[in-house]
Design a protein around this ligand. Structure first.
Ligand code: PRX
Length: 659
């Protein structure tokens, strides 16, 4: 079944006429060139950056061994490329960062010159506190300018940043600090979102109490609330920055192309989150190239990506990509619904945003409130819209196009991952006819393919589906799992030898368009956030009443996927509403509110195969409310358990807790 052509939305002629890539033919030329001569293609793309020393070899990559190196022999500094070179070229007065606070009356404009000064001073503070090249710095901050500034300050001196999203719990923060062996933590007294305070310093204190590697905690006063400080360990960022010994100059450390730039933790199907390691040269080439092409970056654009810098989207498309391209990038501290559901469009009008990039979950939440809050705002400045993080439902795509974009703005549905560093599949807005719900075509330099469960490539001209793999390396692919190269190989290169396995399933239609169907592993996508079922299960059983847990996703109107937990309690424990709440709280405490189950079912047992593996397929059906069509249950160790679980879930019989 191929998608009917009436669903093809061509780029508007006026957009295409001004676009960097203005026709499908031009895209096809670029693509053909990129796959016939990848070295030549990527070498040309790398020229967009400033290199203090040119590379000697473009690529040395082998997916059978997971060895990947780009631009070896080259030297550059990511901060210099994002800040200093623009000032040197005479653009110091251009706005680099437009900051919009949670409170609509609170904003800040930071020029490239001012950014250079603030980053250099921040870097000098880091040096004063003993941070040197190769050291890990953990950043646990709200969406305030200091978040971008501290990231760039690390890059300036060659320290490796590990940003932890401000919604993660003390335990998650602790695990990430310990895994990275971070020396210094940067945090704030409190964060502010939707008018509510988030006690970051208190959470950080709890985490750091179990992190002997941390010698210093730098604290930004965001709200000025009194927070306890630890003598000899904590210092106020603003006092440090104002110190007379801290100068405005700080040289940029020349980094090897393959020197680490950052670690970012992400969830997988097993074990604890892994530290995805990105290096300097390839990552920055990828972030910059894709930001320019996919967002058709033009001088004068006001570009707004609504993600948090705590996720990869914020790294690549709030900080590194846009700043490398000398864009004006907007950073938003708040939420889409505060003070009201028109906030996004108020910000668009206030700052005359031209390119807007958000997640389907936010659009679904806003769409519920109807068209009026959107139509009451002008939005005339918008010229391009983007989507990321999860498949966008076609009806949400159409609403975004018709209502938000007044049927005038192309939509770029961008598929990528923390591991890929940059967008891999997306339309070029002036070239690619869009299909609602499809990420469309691979970017130049990207070779996706489908393989079946046995690892055979699924080929042909018609509609195909399978596991989404990538055939060859691109510059911004991750280089390793921090501290665990074996896990890097095992996770991405073992199942389908010689290919990078994304963990996603996909469909390719007869036009060659890609449709991402979602994860094929035990990873959930909740409001665009990746959450491993194993992590949530481990969190649940930290509660002393819980013996065992199994977690699955179910379709959720706003979040995309909701979390449903099946929990076996220990003998003699009463399963009441209080315990249900306690289970949710345990997950909040262990991981963070984003991973809290939407539903908890207490069950007498779990459907398991004879080898002890939980049959999640059955639980997924139950979580969707299906109780009569559970498929083949004959391979279960104890098929009778299904009836008991169904009874427990539907509340038809009381169930005795098992031991
Ligand atoms: O399942 C895919 C989904 O998000 C996963 C990557 O999550 P993360 O590493 O947290 O990065 C999110 C932001 C890039 C993918 O494996 N995903 C991401 N973008 C899309 C998507 N699914 C469908 N369509 C997309 N545009």
């Amino acid at each position: 079944m191929s998608t009917p052509s009436r669903d093809l939305v061509p780029p508007p002629a006026a957009f295409a006429a001004r676009a960097r890539v203005g026709s499908l033919e031009r895209y096809r030329q670029l693509y053909a060139e990129s796959v016939t001569n990848p070295e030549g293609f990527w070498a040309r793309q790398a020229e967009r950056l400033h290199w203090s020393q040119k590379w000697t070899r473009v690529v040395d990559a082998d997916f059978t061994t997971a060895r990947i190196r780009w631009f070896e022999g080259g030297k550059l500094n990511a901060c210099f490329n994002c800040v200093d070179r623009h000032v040197d070229a005479g653009h110091g007065n251009q706005i680099a960062i437009l900051w919009e606070g949670d409170d609509p009356g609170h904003d800040e404009r930071i020029t490239y010159r001012e950014l250079q000064r603030r980053v250099a001073r921040f870097a000098n503070v880091l040096k004063k506190h003993g941070v040197a090249k190769g050291d890990r710095v953990c950043i646990y901050l709200p969406m305030i300018p200091e978040l971008a500034i501290s990231v760039l300050a690390c890059a300036r001196i060659g320290a490796i940043h590990s940003v932890v999203f401000g919604g993660f719990s003390a335990h998650s923060l602790r695990d990430r600090i310990q895994d990275a062996g971070a020396k210094l933590l940067i945090t704030a007294d409190e964060g502010v979102r939707g008018g509510k305070a988030v006690p970051l310093k208190r959470i950080a204190d709890e985490a750091v109490a179990e992190c002997p590697s941390i010698t210093r905690v730098l604290v930004k006063q965001r709200t000025g609330k009194w927070v306890p400080t630890v003598d000899g360990r904590d210092a106020w960022i603003d006092e440090e920055l104002a110190h007379p010994a801290i100068g405005d100059d700080c040289p940029c450390e020349p980094m090897d192309a393959e020197d680490p730039l950052f670690i970012l933790y992400t969830s997988g199907s097993t074990g604890k989150p892994k530290g995805v390691l990105h290096t300097t040269g390839g990552y920055l080439v990828g972030a910059s190239f894709t930001h320019e092409l996919v967002f058709d970056h033009q001088p004068g654009d006001v570009y707004w990506c609504t993600a948090d810098v705590g996720w990869v989207t914020g790294h690549s498309y709030i900080v590194y990509g846009p700043l490398a391209n000398r864009a004006t990038t907007l950073m938003f501290e708040g939420v889409p619904t505060f003070p009201d559901v028109g906030r996004f469009w108020d910000v668009v009008d206030k700052h005359q945003v031209s390119v807007f990039y958000t997640a389907p979950t936010a659009l679904r939440a806003l769409m519920q409130h109807g068209d009026a809050p959107v139509l009451q705002r002008s939005r005339k400045s918008l010229r391009l819209l983007g989507s990321v993080g999860e498949p966008i439902n076609p009806e949400v795509w159409r609403w975004y196009h018709r209502v938000v974009g007044d049927s005038r703005c192309p939509i770029v549905d961008t598929w990528w991952q923390t591991e890929t560093g940059a967008i891999l599949i997306a339309p070029l807005p002036g070239a690619t006819p869009q299909k609602p719900g499809s990420a469309t075509l691979p970017l130049p330099g990207v070779r996706p393919l489908l393989v079946d469960d046995e690892g055979r490539e699924v080929k042909g001209d018609g509609e195909l589906s399978g596991n989404l793999c990538i055939a060859a390396a691109w510059p911004s692919i991750m280089r390793s799992v921090w501290g665990d190269p074996q896990r890097f190989f095992d996770t991405y290169f073992k199942r389908f030898p010689g290919r990078y396995f994304t963990g996603d399933g996909a469909r390719r239609d007869a036009d060659g368009y890609w449709w991402i169907t979602g994860r094929v592993d035990d990873v959930l996508n909740v409001s665009g956030h990746r959450i491993g079922t194993a992590e949530v299960e481990s969190a649940i059983v930290t509660h002393p009443a819980c013996a065992e847990a199994a977690v699955v996703g179910f379709p959720h109107e706003i979040k995309g996927e909701g979390i449903c937990a099946f929990v076996i309690v220990k003998a003699g424990i009463a399963t009441d509403a209080a315990l249900e709440q306690a289970v949710k709280d345990a997950v909040r405490r262990e991981i963070g509110a984003i991973a809290a189950p939407d539903r908890v079912h207490f069950v007498p047992g779990l459907p398991k195969t004879r080898s002890g593996k939980i049959m999640r397929r059955i639980l997924r059906q139950l979580a969707r409310g299906v109780t009569d069509d559970l498929g083949d249950t004959t391979t279960l160790a104890d098929p009778a358990i299904v009836t008991q679980v169904v009874a427990a879930v539907t509340g038809r019989t009381a169930h005795p807790p098992t031991a």
